[in-house]
Ligand binder design. Sequence first.
Ligand SMILES: NC(=O)c1ccc[n+]([C@@H]2O[C@H](COP(=O)([O-])OP(=O)(O)OC[C@H]3O[C@@H](n4cnc5c(N)ncnc54)[C@H](OP(=O)(O)O)[C@@H]3O)[C@@H](O)[C@H]2O)c1
Length: 199
Amino acid sequence: MKIIVVGATGTIGKFVVSALQDQHEVIAVGNRGGKFQVDITDSQSIRALFDKTGRFDALIATVGKVHFGDFAKLTEKEVEIGIRSKLMGQVNLVLIGRDHMNDGGSFTLTTGVLAQDPIRSGACASLANGALESFAIAAAIELPRGLRINVVSPGLLDESLASYGPFFPGHETVPGKRVAKAYVKSALGHQTGQIYRVL
Ligand SMILES: NC(=O)c1ccc[n+]([C@@H]2O[C@H](COP(=O)([O-])OP(=O)(O)OC[C@H]3O[C@@H](n4cnc5c(N)ncnc54)[C@H](OP(=O)(O)O)[C@@H]3O)[C@@H](O)[C@H]2O)c1
């Protein structure tokens, strides 16, 4: 299976690539690294990516920035960062990518625990995650040609504890290797419209 991983050079993406690369043709895409580069906030850049990769069987997105900051001072511009990147970036990977995907292919998007379990300073992440999950369950009932779409919603990774731990007091962390299994299940399984919460 030819599988594009957008965000392949990141913390989650690296685990996903290593879970799949022995048995599949994995195309690693990053913003600066990877075999190909894309800026998911720019739809022209996404179109250019698929022109280079050619048709594929699965697309996994482990990508998307959001602003973290005190709600009392939160601005429209800060909210828009997550909408343009994590939400619309992944939505556009689907809207543009569907025409380049082989019949029966699958999209797997990434949200996160903050959709259901908010933290202080995390409103922008919760917003993008919730919207993306609702988009995916709706897209699943209308995608043509047997195309599927699922979401992986991880808790804080063990490997990200040093960077984000202070924002997540009392949260259980989850090993990246276990998170990667949900992406494998989505891409190689037959389910659609699912949100795999790995907590
Ligand atoms: N880490 C966690 O504990 C955790 C938990 C739950 C949810 N999540 C979510 O999972 C996603 C990935 O998190 P992560 O920790 O793996 O992130 P990360 O380590 O920062 O990696 C980000 C990846 O996205 C790429 N990237 C950055 N900006 C991009 C852009 N504009 N266009 C295309 N690619 C871009 C990076 O490419 P380069 O390396 O080439 O710059 C890298 O491959 C995020 O949405 C995050 O909210 C993470």
